[in-house]
Design a protein around this ligand. Structure first.
Ligand code: LHQ
Length: 454
Protein backbone atom coordinates (compact mmCIF):
# COMPACT_ATOMS: atom_id res chain seq x y z
CA UNK A 1 0.00 0.00 0.00
CA UNK A 2 1.22 3.53 -0.80
CA UNK A 3 2.96 5.46 1.99
CA UNK A 4 0.88 8.50 1.06
CA UNK A 5 -2.51 8.29 -0.58
CA UNK A 6 -4.08 11.11 -2.54
CA UNK A 7 -7.71 11.19 -3.49
CA UNK A 8 -9.84 13.80 -5.30
CA UNK A 9 -13.25 14.80 -4.10
CA UNK A 10 -14.39 17.45 -6.58
CA UNK A 11 -12.10 20.44 -6.08
CA UNK A 12 -10.64 18.99 -2.87
CA UNK A 13 -7.46 16.92 -2.77
CA UNK A 14 -7.18 14.65 0.27
CA UNK A 15 -3.62 13.67 1.12
CA UNK A 16 -3.41 10.89 3.70
CA UNK A 17 -0.10 9.88 5.27
CA UNK A 18 -0.34 6.15 5.37
CA UNK A 19 2.02 4.38 7.76
CA UNK A 20 -0.46 3.82 10.59
CA UNK A 21 1.67 1.22 12.39
CA UNK A 22 4.21 3.95 13.28
CA UNK A 23 1.74 6.85 13.59
CA UNK A 24 2.71 7.93 10.06
CA UNK A 25 6.36 8.57 10.83
CA UNK A 26 8.07 9.66 7.63
CA UNK A 27 10.67 7.51 5.89
CA UNK A 28 12.29 8.07 2.50
CA UNK A 29 9.43 6.51 0.51
CA UNK A 30 6.82 8.54 2.41
CA UNK A 31 8.76 11.73 1.67
CA UNK A 32 8.85 11.01 -2.06
CA UNK A 33 5.14 10.23 -2.09
CA UNK A 34 4.28 13.35 -0.07
CA UNK A 35 6.31 15.52 -2.44
CA UNK A 36 4.41 14.00 -5.39
CA UNK A 37 1.05 14.60 -3.72
CA UNK A 38 1.93 18.23 -2.99
CA UNK A 39 2.94 18.58 -6.62
CA UNK A 40 -0.45 17.21 -7.67
CA UNK A 41 -2.07 19.77 -5.36
CA UNK A 42 -0.76 22.54 -7.64
CA UNK A 43 -3.34 21.59 -10.26
CA UNK A 44 -5.57 24.67 -10.63
CA UNK A 45 -8.63 22.38 -10.53
CA UNK A 46 -7.74 21.69 -6.87
CA UNK A 47 -9.09 24.53 -4.73
CA UNK A 48 -8.52 23.12 -1.24
CA UNK A 49 -6.12 20.51 0.14
CA UNK A 50 -6.61 18.32 3.19
CA UNK A 51 -3.60 16.74 4.91
CA UNK A 52 -4.35 13.99 7.41
CA UNK A 53 -3.06 10.66 8.74
CA UNK A 54 -4.31 7.09 8.51
CA UNK A 55 -5.04 5.16 11.69
CA UNK A 56 -4.72 6.76 15.12
CA UNK A 57 -1.92 9.22 14.36
CA UNK A 58 -1.49 12.37 12.27
CA UNK A 59 2.30 12.28 11.81
CA UNK A 60 5.13 11.84 14.31
CA UNK A 61 7.87 13.31 12.12
CA UNK A 62 11.05 11.51 11.24
CA UNK A 63 10.94 7.71 11.35
CA UNK A 64 13.54 7.23 14.04
CA UNK A 65 14.14 3.67 12.85
CA UNK A 66 16.01 5.24 9.94
CA UNK A 67 18.45 6.73 12.46
CA UNK A 68 19.54 3.34 13.83
CA UNK A 69 22.59 3.38 11.62
CA UNK A 70 23.22 7.10 12.30
CA UNK A 71 21.49 10.33 11.32
CA UNK A 72 23.69 11.04 8.25
CA UNK A 73 23.71 14.55 6.83
CA UNK A 74 20.74 15.91 8.74
CA UNK A 75 20.85 19.37 7.17
CA UNK A 76 20.66 17.85 3.70
CA UNK A 77 17.83 15.58 4.76
CA UNK A 78 15.89 18.56 6.09
CA UNK A 79 16.52 20.67 3.03
CA UNK A 80 15.61 17.98 0.54
CA UNK A 81 12.65 16.50 2.35
CA UNK A 82 10.96 18.36 5.19
CA UNK A 83 11.76 21.92 4.12
CA UNK A 84 10.61 21.12 0.62
CA UNK A 85 7.20 20.02 1.94
CA UNK A 86 6.58 23.01 4.18
CA UNK A 87 7.75 25.40 1.48
CA UNK A 88 5.43 23.67 -0.98
CA UNK A 89 2.52 24.07 1.46
CA UNK A 90 3.23 27.78 1.95
CA UNK A 91 3.54 28.27 -1.82
CA UNK A 92 0.34 26.39 -2.70
CA UNK A 93 -2.06 28.96 -4.09
CA UNK A 94 -4.99 27.51 -2.17
CA UNK A 95 -5.80 26.75 1.46
CA UNK A 96 -4.24 23.67 3.07
CA UNK A 97 -6.13 22.15 6.00
CA UNK A 98 -4.42 19.89 8.50
CA UNK A 99 -6.95 17.44 9.85
CA UNK A 100 -5.18 16.34 13.00
CA UNK A 101 -6.67 12.98 13.84
CA UNK A 102 -4.13 11.89 16.49
CA UNK A 103 -0.64 12.69 17.74
CA UNK A 104 1.27 15.29 15.71
CA UNK A 105 4.87 15.18 16.87
CA UNK A 106 8.28 16.49 15.82
CA UNK A 107 8.35 17.42 12.16
CA UNK A 108 4.78 16.06 11.94
CA UNK A 109 3.77 18.90 14.24
CA UNK A 110 5.73 21.35 12.08
CA UNK A 111 3.84 20.07 9.03
CA UNK A 112 0.51 20.69 10.76
CA UNK A 113 1.60 24.16 11.87
CA UNK A 114 2.69 25.03 8.32
CA UNK A 115 -0.87 24.46 7.08
CA UNK A 116 -3.38 27.28 6.89
CA UNK A 117 -6.14 25.77 9.01
CA UNK A 118 -6.04 23.03 11.66
CA UNK A 119 -9.02 20.99 12.76
CA UNK A 120 -8.39 18.44 15.51
CA UNK A 121 -10.18 15.40 16.79
CA UNK A 122 -10.57 15.14 20.55
CA UNK A 123 -8.04 12.28 20.36
CA UNK A 124 -5.35 14.53 18.88
CA UNK A 125 -2.30 15.75 20.74
CA UNK A 126 0.44 18.19 19.77
CA UNK A 127 3.90 17.13 20.89
CA UNK A 128 7.02 19.20 20.11
CA UNK A 129 9.10 16.01 20.73
CA UNK A 130 12.32 17.52 19.41
CA UNK A 131 13.73 18.55 22.76
CA UNK A 132 13.05 15.01 24.00
CA UNK A 133 15.80 13.79 21.68
CA UNK A 134 18.05 16.80 22.18
CA UNK A 135 17.10 18.69 19.02
CA UNK A 136 15.59 22.05 18.06
CA UNK A 137 12.22 22.23 16.30
CA UNK A 138 12.87 22.05 12.57
CA UNK A 139 10.82 22.06 9.35
CA UNK A 140 9.64 25.56 10.22
CA UNK A 141 8.54 24.63 13.75
CA UNK A 142 10.20 27.64 15.38
CA UNK A 143 8.83 30.03 12.74
CA UNK A 144 5.28 28.74 12.93
CA UNK A 145 5.12 28.43 16.71
CA UNK A 146 6.55 31.92 17.16
CA UNK A 147 4.01 33.26 14.72
CA UNK A 148 1.01 31.41 16.12
CA UNK A 149 1.81 31.70 19.81
CA UNK A 150 4.20 34.61 20.33
CA UNK A 151 7.77 34.20 21.58
CA UNK A 152 7.08 33.60 25.31
CA UNK A 153 4.56 30.80 24.97
CA UNK A 154 6.38 29.26 22.00
CA UNK A 155 9.65 29.12 23.96
CA UNK A 156 8.08 27.56 27.01
CA UNK A 157 6.20 24.98 24.97
CA UNK A 158 8.99 24.02 22.59
CA UNK A 159 11.64 23.73 25.30
CA UNK A 160 9.54 21.71 27.75
CA UNK A 161 8.10 19.59 24.91
CA UNK A 162 4.79 19.46 26.79
CA UNK A 163 2.18 17.24 25.12
CA UNK A 164 -0.82 19.49 24.45
CA UNK A 165 -4.27 17.97 24.37
CA UNK A 166 -6.65 19.02 21.61
CA UNK A 167 -8.63 21.09 24.09
CA UNK A 168 -5.48 22.97 25.18
CA UNK A 169 -4.48 23.48 21.57
CA UNK A 170 -7.89 25.01 20.93
CA UNK A 171 -7.49 27.29 23.92
CA UNK A 172 -4.09 28.41 22.64
CA UNK A 173 -5.52 29.08 19.20
CA UNK A 174 -3.36 26.42 17.54
CA UNK A 175 -6.40 24.64 16.12
CA UNK A 176 -9.60 26.29 14.99
CA UNK A 177 -11.94 23.58 16.27
CA UNK A 178 -12.02 20.24 18.05
CA UNK A 179 -14.57 17.60 17.08
CA UNK A 180 -15.28 14.11 18.41
CA UNK A 181 -13.02 11.56 16.70
CA UNK A 182 -15.98 9.77 15.09
CA UNK A 183 -17.14 12.99 13.42
CA UNK A 184 -13.76 14.29 12.27
CA UNK A 185 -13.87 13.14 8.64
CA UNK A 186 -17.36 14.46 8.10
CA UNK A 187 -16.55 17.84 9.63
CA UNK A 188 -13.26 18.05 7.74
CA UNK A 189 -15.08 17.40 4.46
CA UNK A 190 -17.56 20.13 5.32
CA UNK A 191 -14.88 22.72 6.09
CA UNK A 192 -12.82 21.72 3.04
CA UNK A 193 -15.93 22.09 0.89
CA UNK A 194 -16.47 25.55 2.30
CA UNK A 195 -12.91 26.60 1.44
CA UNK A 196 -13.04 24.99 -2.01
CA UNK A 197 -16.09 27.11 -2.84
CA UNK A 198 -14.37 30.37 -1.81
CA UNK A 199 -12.87 32.87 -4.27
CA UNK A 200 -9.60 30.91 -4.37
CA UNK A 201 -7.42 33.76 -5.65
CA UNK A 202 -8.50 35.97 -2.74
CA UNK A 203 -7.87 33.16 -0.27
CA UNK A 204 -4.42 32.57 -1.74
CA UNK A 205 -3.51 36.25 -1.79
CA UNK A 206 -4.58 36.55 1.85
CA UNK A 207 -2.28 33.64 2.69
CA UNK A 208 0.57 35.20 0.71
CA UNK A 209 0.11 38.66 2.23
CA UNK A 210 -0.01 37.29 5.77
CA UNK A 211 3.27 35.47 5.15
CA UNK A 212 4.75 38.58 3.56
CA UNK A 213 3.73 40.64 6.60
CA UNK A 214 6.16 38.56 8.72
CA UNK A 215 9.10 40.37 7.18
CA UNK A 216 7.72 43.53 5.62
CA UNK A 217 7.55 47.11 6.92
CA UNK A 218 4.08 48.63 7.12
CA UNK A 219 4.41 50.97 4.13
CA UNK A 220 5.58 48.13 1.83
CA UNK A 221 2.80 45.90 3.09
CA UNK A 222 0.25 48.62 2.28
CA UNK A 223 1.69 48.81 -1.20
CA UNK A 224 1.55 45.04 -1.62
CA UNK A 225 -2.09 45.04 -0.51
CA UNK A 226 -2.95 47.79 -2.97
CA UNK A 227 -1.31 45.91 -5.84
CA UNK A 228 -3.00 42.69 -4.92
CA UNK A 229 -6.38 44.36 -4.67
CA UNK A 230 -5.91 45.93 -8.09
CA UNK A 231 -5.25 42.45 -9.45
CA UNK A 232 -8.15 40.81 -7.63
CA UNK A 233 -10.73 43.27 -8.95
CA UNK A 234 -9.92 41.81 -12.36
CA UNK A 235 -10.92 38.29 -11.30
CA UNK A 236 -14.27 36.86 -12.38
CA UNK A 237 -14.85 36.09 -8.67
CA UNK A 238 -14.85 39.80 -7.81
CA UNK A 239 -17.41 40.51 -10.54
CA UNK A 240 -19.49 37.57 -9.38
CA UNK A 241 -19.20 38.52 -5.70
CA UNK A 242 -20.39 42.08 -6.31
CA UNK A 243 -23.19 40.94 -8.65
CA UNK A 244 -24.37 38.32 -6.15
CA UNK A 245 -24.38 40.90 -3.37
CA UNK A 246 -26.43 43.37 -5.40
CA UNK A 247 -28.83 40.69 -6.59
CA UNK A 248 -29.13 39.34 -3.03
CA UNK A 249 -28.15 35.80 -3.99
CA UNK A 250 -25.42 33.32 -3.12
CA UNK A 251 -22.19 33.87 -5.10
CA UNK A 252 -20.87 31.08 -7.30
CA UNK A 253 -17.09 31.47 -7.25
CA UNK A 254 -14.81 29.63 -9.67
CA UNK A 255 -11.35 30.56 -8.43
CA UNK A 256 -10.34 31.65 -11.94
CA UNK A 257 -7.27 33.93 -12.10
CA UNK A 258 -7.31 37.63 -12.92
CA UNK A 259 -7.15 38.81 -16.47
CA UNK A 260 -3.45 39.40 -16.99
CA UNK A 261 -2.30 42.99 -17.29
CA UNK A 262 1.24 44.14 -17.67
CA UNK A 263 2.96 44.91 -14.32
CA UNK A 264 4.46 48.07 -15.85
CA UNK A 265 1.67 50.55 -16.50
CA UNK A 266 1.69 54.10 -17.74
CA UNK A 267 -0.74 56.29 -15.83
CA UNK A 268 -1.66 59.54 -17.60
CA UNK A 269 -3.60 62.35 -15.96
CA UNK A 270 -2.61 65.26 -18.12
CA UNK A 271 -5.00 68.03 -19.24
CA UNK A 272 -3.37 68.59 -22.69
CA UNK A 273 -2.62 72.25 -21.90
CA UNK A 274 0.95 73.44 -22.51
CA UNK A 275 2.54 76.65 -21.33
CA UNK A 276 3.88 78.26 -24.52
CA UNK A 277 7.01 79.72 -22.87
CA UNK A 278 8.25 76.43 -21.37
CA UNK A 279 7.15 74.59 -24.52
CA UNK A 280 9.37 76.94 -26.54
CA UNK A 281 12.38 76.32 -24.30
CA UNK A 282 11.52 72.69 -23.56
CA UNK A 283 14.69 70.97 -24.81
CA UNK A 284 16.90 73.48 -23.06
CA UNK A 285 15.00 73.17 -19.79
CA UNK A 286 15.07 69.39 -20.03
CA UNK A 287 18.84 69.27 -20.42
CA UNK A 288 19.82 68.70 -16.73
CA UNK A 289 17.13 66.05 -16.49
CA UNK A 290 18.29 64.34 -19.67
CA UNK A 291 21.85 64.23 -18.33
CA UNK A 292 20.81 62.80 -14.97
CA UNK A 293 18.33 60.32 -16.47
CA UNK A 294 20.86 58.88 -18.89
CA UNK A 295 23.53 58.66 -16.15
CA UNK A 296 21.04 56.87 -13.89
CA UNK A 297 20.10 54.43 -16.65
CA UNK A 298 23.79 53.72 -17.38
CA UNK A 299 24.34 53.06 -13.68
CA UNK A 300 21.36 50.73 -13.78
CA UNK A 301 23.25 48.47 -16.20
CA UNK A 302 25.92 47.15 -13.78
CA UNK A 303 23.22 46.97 -11.10
CA UNK A 304 21.15 44.87 -13.51
CA UNK A 305 24.07 42.47 -13.95
CA UNK A 306 24.22 41.91 -10.17
CA UNK A 307 20.44 41.59 -10.17
CA UNK A 308 20.63 39.10 -13.04
CA UNK A 309 22.87 36.78 -11.01
CA UNK A 310 20.55 37.05 -8.00
CA UNK A 311 17.38 36.48 -10.04
CA UNK A 312 19.02 33.49 -11.71
CA UNK A 313 19.91 32.02 -8.33
CA UNK A 314 16.83 32.95 -6.31
CA UNK A 315 14.17 33.38 -9.00
CA UNK A 316 13.25 36.83 -7.69
CA UNK A 317 14.88 40.26 -7.45
CA UNK A 318 15.68 41.62 -3.96
CA UNK A 319 13.29 44.38 -2.85
CA UNK A 320 16.00 47.07 -2.62
CA UNK A 321 17.46 46.51 -6.09
CA UNK A 322 14.01 46.28 -7.60
CA UNK A 323 12.89 49.54 -6.00
CA UNK A 324 16.04 51.40 -7.06
CA UNK A 325 15.84 50.19 -10.67
CA UNK A 326 12.11 50.93 -10.79
CA UNK A 327 12.85 54.53 -9.80
CA UNK A 328 15.48 54.80 -12.54
CA UNK A 329 13.00 53.69 -15.21
CA UNK A 330 10.23 55.84 -13.75
CA UNK A 331 12.47 58.91 -13.63
CA UNK A 332 13.50 58.29 -17.23
CA UNK A 333 9.79 58.14 -18.16
CA UNK A 334 9.02 61.40 -16.34
CA UNK A 335 11.91 63.09 -18.15
CA UNK A 336 10.94 61.72 -21.56
CA UNK A 337 7.35 62.82 -21.00
CA UNK A 338 8.55 66.33 -20.15
CA UNK A 339 11.04 66.52 -23.01
CA UNK A 340 8.58 65.39 -25.67
CA UNK A 341 5.61 67.44 -24.43
CA UNK A 342 3.60 64.43 -23.26
CA UNK A 343 3.16 66.40 -20.04
CA UNK A 344 3.78 69.99 -18.97
CA UNK A 345 5.15 70.42 -15.42
CA UNK A 346 8.87 70.36 -14.67
CA UNK A 347 9.52 66.92 -13.14
CA UNK A 348 11.20 66.14 -9.83
CA UNK A 349 14.65 64.59 -9.87
CA UNK A 350 13.99 61.42 -7.94
CA UNK A 351 11.54 59.27 -9.87
CA UNK A 352 9.00 58.82 -7.06
CA UNK A 353 5.63 57.41 -8.00
CA UNK A 354 2.73 59.86 -7.86
CA UNK A 355 4.85 62.93 -8.58
CA UNK A 356 4.21 63.43 -12.29
CA UNK A 357 1.12 63.51 -14.55
CA UNK A 358 2.67 60.88 -16.83
CA UNK A 359 3.66 58.27 -14.33
CA UNK A 360 4.86 54.73 -14.33
CA UNK A 361 3.33 52.15 -12.03
CA UNK A 362 5.68 49.21 -11.51
CA UNK A 363 4.58 46.10 -9.65
CA UNK A 364 6.53 44.59 -6.75
CA UNK A 365 9.18 41.95 -7.46
CA UNK A 366 7.63 38.64 -8.47
CA UNK A 367 8.97 35.22 -9.33
CA UNK A 368 10.67 35.28 -12.74
CA UNK A 369 11.04 32.25 -15.01
CA UNK A 370 14.71 31.21 -14.93
CA UNK A 371 15.03 30.53 -18.65
CA UNK A 372 13.66 33.99 -19.41
CA UNK A 373 16.25 35.46 -17.05
CA UNK A 374 19.08 33.45 -18.54
CA UNK A 375 18.26 34.53 -22.09
CA UNK A 376 17.01 38.02 -21.25
CA UNK A 377 19.48 39.93 -23.37
CA UNK A 378 18.73 37.86 -26.47
CA UNK A 379 14.97 37.81 -25.88
CA UNK A 380 14.95 41.59 -25.50
CA UNK A 381 16.46 42.25 -28.95
CA UNK A 382 13.16 42.41 -30.92
CA UNK A 383 11.55 44.58 -28.22
CA UNK A 384 14.57 46.86 -28.17
CA UNK A 385 14.49 47.19 -31.97
CA UNK A 386 10.81 48.08 -31.87
CA UNK A 387 11.39 50.53 -29.02
CA UNK A 388 13.97 52.28 -31.20
CA UNK A 389 11.41 52.62 -34.00
CA UNK A 390 8.81 53.91 -31.54
CA UNK A 391 11.33 56.45 -30.22
CA UNK A 392 11.63 57.85 -33.75
CA UNK A 393 7.83 57.97 -34.04
CA UNK A 394 7.70 59.74 -30.67
CA UNK A 395 10.25 62.34 -31.77
CA UNK A 396 8.51 63.07 -35.06
CA UNK A 397 5.08 63.40 -33.41
CA UNK A 398 6.65 65.53 -30.66
CA UNK A 399 8.10 67.92 -33.23
CA UNK A 400 4.68 68.46 -34.82
CA UNK A 401 3.07 68.70 -31.35
CA UNK A 402 5.64 71.35 -30.45
CA UNK A 403 4.52 73.67 -33.25
CA UNK A 404 0.89 73.10 -32.32
CA UNK A 405 1.59 73.73 -28.62
CA UNK A 406 3.33 77.01 -29.50
CA UNK A 407 0.38 78.09 -31.64
CA UNK A 408 -2.54 76.84 -29.51
CA UNK A 409 -1.14 76.37 -25.99
CA UNK A 410 -2.24 72.73 -26.02
CA UNK A 411 -1.44 69.45 -27.75
CA UNK A 412 -4.04 67.36 -29.57
CA UNK A 413 -5.28 64.36 -27.58
CA UNK A 414 -4.50 61.87 -30.36
CA UNK A 415 -0.88 63.04 -30.51
CA UNK A 416 -0.46 62.97 -26.75
CA UNK A 417 -1.92 59.46 -26.61
CA UNK A 418 0.29 58.22 -29.44
CA UNK A 419 3.37 59.62 -27.69
CA UNK A 420 2.24 58.04 -24.42
CA UNK A 421 1.86 54.74 -26.25
CA UNK A 422 5.47 54.92 -27.47
CA UNK A 423 6.68 55.90 -24.01
CA UNK A 424 4.86 53.01 -22.39
CA UNK A 425 6.37 50.48 -24.78
CA UNK A 426 9.82 51.88 -24.20
CA UNK A 427 9.40 51.85 -20.41
CA UNK A 428 8.22 48.25 -20.54
CA UNK A 429 11.26 47.38 -22.67
CA UNK A 430 13.64 48.92 -20.11
CA UNK A 431 11.74 47.20 -17.29
CA UNK A 432 12.15 43.90 -19.12
CA UNK A 433 15.82 44.45 -19.85
CA UNK A 434 16.62 45.58 -16.31
CA UNK A 435 14.82 42.58 -14.77
CA UNK A 436 11.93 44.45 -13.17
CA UNK A 437 9.62 41.87 -14.71
CA UNK A 438 9.75 38.86 -16.99
CA UNK A 439 6.60 40.01 -18.82
CA UNK A 440 7.43 40.92 -22.39
CA UNK A 441 6.58 44.48 -23.53
CA UNK A 442 3.16 44.52 -25.10
CA UNK A 443 1.75 46.35 -28.11
CA UNK A 444 -1.84 45.76 -26.96
CA UNK A 445 -3.15 49.23 -26.32
CA UNK A 446 -5.47 48.20 -23.46
CA UNK A 447 -2.81 46.51 -21.34
CA UNK A 448 -0.62 48.62 -19.12
CA UNK A 449 -2.39 51.91 -19.73
CA UNK A 450 -4.53 54.10 -17.59
CA UNK A 451 -5.83 57.47 -18.71
CA UNK A 452 -7.48 59.73 -16.18
CA UNK A 453 -8.64 63.14 -17.18
CA UNK A 454 -7.27 65.82 -14.90
C1 LHQ B 1 7.68 5.79 15.84
C2 LHQ B 1 7.91 7.15 15.94
C3 LHQ B 1 8.94 7.72 15.19
C4 LHQ B 1 9.41 5.61 14.37
C5 LHQ B 1 6.26 6.64 17.19
N1 LHQ B 1 9.68 6.91 14.40
N2 LHQ B 1 8.46 5.01 15.08
C6 LHQ B 1 14.11 15.13 10.84
C7 LHQ B 1 15.29 14.69 10.21
C8 LHQ B 1 16.55 15.02 10.70
C9 LHQ B 1 16.87 15.46 11.88
C10 LHQ B 1 16.04 15.64 12.98
O1 LHQ B 1 14.74 16.06 12.87
C11 LHQ B 1 13.86 15.61 12.04
C12 LHQ B 1 12.51 15.86 12.41
C13 LHQ B 1 11.85 15.04 13.48
O2 LHQ B 1 10.72 14.80 13.31
S1 LHQ B 1 12.69 14.61 14.89
C14 LHQ B 1 11.40 14.05 15.95
C15 LHQ B 1 10.92 12.63 15.65
N3 LHQ B 1 9.75 12.28 16.41
C16 LHQ B 1 9.72 11.96 17.71
O3 LHQ B 1 10.69 12.06 18.39
C17 LHQ B 1 8.40 11.45 18.22
C18 LHQ B 1 8.58 10.10 18.90
N4 LHQ B 1 7.30 9.57 19.31
C19 LHQ B 1 6.71 9.83 20.47
O4 LHQ B 1 7.23 10.56 21.29
C20 LHQ B 1 5.43 9.14 20.78
O5 LHQ B 1 5.25 8.12 19.85
C21 LHQ B 1 4.23 10.07 20.73
C22 LHQ B 1 4.24 10.98 21.95
C23 LHQ B 1 4.19 10.92 19.46
C24 LHQ B 1 2.93 9.26 20.72
O6 LHQ B 1 2.93 8.40 21.84
P1 LHQ B 1 1.91 7.18 21.93
O7 LHQ B 1 0.57 7.65 21.53
O8 LHQ B 1 2.08 6.60 23.28
O9 LHQ B 1 2.38 6.15 20.82
P2 LHQ B 1 3.65 5.17 20.86
O10 LHQ B 1 4.81 5.90 21.38
O11 LHQ B 1 3.27 3.91 21.50
O12 LHQ B 1 3.91 4.94 19.29
C25 LHQ B 1 3.16 3.98 18.54
C26 LHQ B 1 4.12 3.28 17.61
O13 LHQ B 1 4.69 4.23 16.74
C27 LHQ B 1 5.29 2.68 18.38
O14 LHQ B 1 5.66 1.52 17.72
P3 LHQ B 1 5.37 0.05 18.42
O15 LHQ B 1 5.97 -0.93 17.49
O16 LHQ B 1 5.98 0.10 19.77
O17 LHQ B 1 3.87 -0.01 18.49
C28 LHQ B 1 6.36 3.70 18.21
O18 LHQ B 1 7.66 3.17 18.29
C29 LHQ B 1 6.11 4.19 16.82
N5 LHQ B 1 6.65 5.51 16.64
N6 LHQ B 1 7.01 7.65 16.81
N7 LHQ B 1 9.20 9.03 15.18
Amino acid sequence: MAEVESRRDGAILWITLNRPEVLNALNGAAHAALAAALEEARDPAVRAVVLTGAGRGFCVGQDLQEFRAGAGDVADRLREQYNRHVLAIRALEKPVLAVVNGPAAGAGLSLALACDVRIASDAASLVPAFVGIGLVPDSGGTWSARRLLGAARAFEWLTTGRRLTAAEALQWGLVSEVVPAAELDERAAEVAQLFAAMPTRAVWETKRLLDLAESTPFDRQLDAEAWTQAELVRTPDFTEGVAAFLEKREAQFTGAPAEQVHPVRLVVHDDLRRWRLTALLRWLLALPHLLLASTWLYLALPVAIVNWVIVLARGRAPDGLHAWTARAVRYWTHVQAYTWLVADPFPGFRGWYGTYPVDLEIGPPREQARWKTLLRLVLAIPAYALATVLTTVLEIVALIAWFIALALGRVPRGMRDLMAYCLRYNAQTYAYLLLLTDRYPTLASGSGFQFEEG
